[in-house]
Design a protein around this ligand. Sequence first.
Ligand SMILES: Nc1ncnc2c1ncn2[C@@H]1O[C@H](COP(=O)(O)OP(=O)(O)O)[C@@H](O)[C@H]1O
Ligand SMILES: [Mg+2]
Length: 390
Amino acid sequence: MATDVMIQASGVTKRFGHVRALDKVSFEVKRGEVVGFLGPNGAGKSTTMRILTCYIAPSSGTARVHGHDVFDEPLAVRQKIGYLPQRAPLYTDMNVWEYLKFAAEIRGLDDSTFRKRLSKVVEVCGLAQSLGKEIGTLSHGYRQRVGLGQALIHDPPILILDEPTSDLDPNEKAEVLRYIKEIGKDRTILLSTHNLAEVEESCARAIIVSKGRVVADGPLDSIRNKTGRVRYVVTIDEKNAEMGKRAPSAAEAQNAFGAISGMRSSRELPTDETAHKIELIGPQDTDLRAEIFRLVVTKGWTLLELRRDAQSLDAVFRDLTKGDERLDRGDAWAAAHAPTDEDDEDEEEEDVASPKGATADDEDEEEDEDDEDSDDDAEEEAPKPAARKG
Ligand SMILES: Nc1ncnc2c1ncn2[C@@H]1O[C@H](COP(=O)(O)OP(=O)(O)O)[C@@H](O)[C@H]1O
Ligand SMILES: [Mg+2]
């Protein structure tokens, strides 16, 4: 493996009983990249991250971090990684200093190294005012900063952050993103989120996962180009026009805008009685707003609104992850395990949940799954080596 590949997942599959949470996931993250790991709830983001950080073992496939296999060399992997789990298990009765000290001790830092690192972490994560405060009294935003602090205390070159901004208010989000950007200047970061705006703000590249598979991977621009279109919405006054000119009918407006060079389609959207609202689709990487505006001026129409839909990454995301919610695999898992006699309820989920008659294989998995359940979030702070399943 080339030395600049910091994270490498190859054909990683993870099954929880009947649920295939990950299905042959493969990707690489290179040194210095800040990569957004994007997907709707239940897509498999946390599962991937927990495998990369040695909390659970893959059912098949391999993962390497900084050149070390997550199964064969979990200690080496952990030294290279700082991990902020989705629900960081902060000890609320410790103060910030005590908690960071505790995190440093787990990482085997001696006292003088801890003190050096602490001053850096305090600076980078903005914790100077809160070192003596009890974690339980801190706001969500500050708790996330403390979470980032514990992930950074041993100065790891790689950070794995699982939805670090979920549950934060917009101001706190912006703050935490700012700290992540700062941290990302000299580190490799894999950042999971279901928020596109966050990825646009802090990452140059994204990996989109849906139903346990990678459905897109590349620079944001090339992912955006997957739809190959830009949407405009133009609203024209239906009654009033410039002196001596006439307001258009909906069909006139629609045809005139549709005839703009390069425009792909034009259709009327529902509005009230006072305006025509026209949706236009133009090619990717162009901005036809000036042409639209000039046409309106030439015709003497009254422009009430002109909008260019810059959220095309949003459209790509929805396209690529369509059906994820419908298939809510969390429910599929629950349904498959609930002692219920409403068997027909499961039918819709049959494509992810294997038939009920458990094979020897399945029984094996259920055992593992119990293990995993018990060491779920509560013990993430004190990791133990993942056990490879058979
Ligand atoms: N410990 C577990 N036991 C059973 N199913 C699980 C477990 N952890 C995750 N899953 C299932 O795996 C799928 C992926 O979950 P997860 O990785 O948490 O998704 P995300 O982080 O993208 O929201 C979901 O269907 C979830 O219900
Ligand atoms: Mg998650």
